[in-house]
Design a protein around this ligand. Structure first.
Ligand SMILES: C[S@@+](CC[C@H](N)C(=O)[O-])C[C@H]1O[C@@H](n2cnc3c(N)ncnc32)[C@H](O)[C@@H]1O
Length: 234
């Protein structure tokens, strides 16, 4: 079973050829190919503040609430589905219209949407030791046996990139899922990485911000599983 993607295959060409980073406020979309490799976060955001990345932001609820709550943190949301990128951009627009947010106020100047594949982006574009936190909420569980190889936590390149790019001083990985079997697998796979250690799940400062999936599943009465990992110094 191939667990690392071949970036030359058609799937990756199709999902990454359009890759772009969108500035919420200016609506400016810049092709990923125009950024340095790896990305210079300071040039991207115009300031040296800490960077957090949400992978698979879906309808963008967490991204909006967290970026509002922490204006001094820069947020990159990664999403490969165009319709969710558009929907999230509109969500921010609607919020700004509804609450009369002045675009010159600086609110949401700390957010960029990356329309791309997270495997591709994290393994290639994210600089080492540059990420304060990764947020991975309700990653696709690919429940069918023949599809499980698509699970993001099975990609060894991706796992290596996650640990390499997290900051050693305070880097954290937050994971939430409703899928118990995948949750067990994620924990087993991460236990094999010496650079990460599992911390108390209630260490997440933004646990009260529910994603769209979390809101839906909580209403359905499903159990929600959470884990927090910290990067440890060698
Ligand atoms: C189950 S949804 C969860 C959405 C959101 N995090 C939530 O909790 O409401 C998973 C999301 O991850 C996105 N996704 C899955 N694999 C991805 C990848 N490799 N790169 C970027 N986005 C991905 C999907 O398009 C989808 O929007």
């Amino acid at each position: 079973m191939r667990e690392n993607p071949d970036y030359n295959d058609l799937y990756y060409q199709n999902t990454t050829v359009h890759s772009q980073i969108i500035d919420i406020l200016t609506k400016r979309a810049v092709s990923l190919s125009e950024f340095s490799l790896p990305i210079d976060w300071e040039a991207c955001f115009g300031n040296p503040r800490p960077v957090e990345i949400e992978i698979g932001f879906g309808k963008g609820r967490f991204l909006l609430e967290a970026s509002k709550r922490h204006p001094k943190v820069n947020y990159i949301g990664i999403e490969r589905a165009q319709k969710y990128v558009e929907l999230t951009r509109e969500r921010f627009e609607k919020y700004m219209r509804h609450f009369g947010v002045d675009k010159t106020s600086g609110t949401f100047s700390n957010v960029r949407l990356a329309w791309t594949d997270a495997n591709y982006f994290v393994t290639r574009y994210v600089p080492a030791e540059s990420v304060q936190a990764y947020h991975i909420y309700f990653p696709d569980p690919w429940p069918k046996k023949r599809q499980r190889k698509r699970r993001i936590f099975r990609n060894q390149d991706f796992l290596a990139a996650l640990t390499r790019t997290l900051r050693s001083d305070s880097g954290r990985l937050y994971i939430v899922t409703d899928y118990e079997e995948y949750f067990q697998e994620i924990q087993e796979r991460l236990a094999g990485l010496s650079a990460l250690h599992q911390a108390a799940a209630d260490l997440s400062p933004d646990q009260d911000i529910a994603t769209n999936f979390e809101m839906k599943y909580v209403l359905e009465g499903r159990e929600i599983y959470r884990a927090v990992y910290e990067k440890v110094l060698p």
